[in-house]
Design a binder for this molecule. Sequence first.
Ligand SMILES: [Zn+2]
Length: 148
Amino acid sequence: MENFSFEDMSKIKRDSLGHNVPLELFRSIRLIGMYQGLPLNGKGTTSVVGKKIGENLSVNSMDELFDVFERLKIGIPSVVKQDESGFTVAIEDCFCEGLPQLEGKYVCDLEGAIMQGALSKLYNKTVRVREVKCNINGDERCEYEIKM
Ligand SMILES: [Zn+2]
């Protein structure tokens, strides 16, 4: 075996502690480790890491991608706007929901990069994803603009 695949990640054999880790751990890695710990809030890293994960999801449609987001408990995505240039996707119950508000901060870029990687592979072209709303910024929910 040369590399791990996304499928490998679900091969779990942990008798006492099981499949799940607390959201606090995921948030700590994302926000304390990456957002606060890396230069430029980890922008370059989250972009590379997210795209790589997205490409490995091997989904066959946007619906399948949304199902994966919900199953992995990243959040519950839905298309709230669609036009010739692309889509706006809202995420309900995002992993960041409930954290203290920090105006001007948008912290869910890794999750956008996952979408970007998955959709670029799915449509076989460069898809751009930008976080335009975030609970942390005080918005009513997290939202992404997807340009096809
Ligand atoms: Zn969020």
